[in-house]
Unconditional design. Sequence first.
Length: 110
Amino acid sequence: MGDTVDEAIKAAGAALAEWSADVLADSGALLQPRTIEELRHDEDVLAIFAEGPALFAVVPLVINSGKPARANISLDTGLLQAIDDAADRLGLTRSAFLATAAREKIEETY
């Protein structure tokens, strides 16, 4: 879902999380992730590639459990102040700001 391949890959994380939440709600279990090498030998995947343009993309799956957890972290006081200032400008709590920033960084690494 995007006008470009890059946009579609970027949107894939949210789509995967939503799909996974539906699967977990219905059956309670997700399949184990497979390596690209395993997928390259899967008959269904081979059929899709035979139909036309296709590509592999690694998409991080971050599933919100809905249960907050406390975490004790140490940060430089200047960085913490910058985090608090940015969170205030965005109308977020410190925790929401850090969670959003962490999710964005995780998605960037794939």
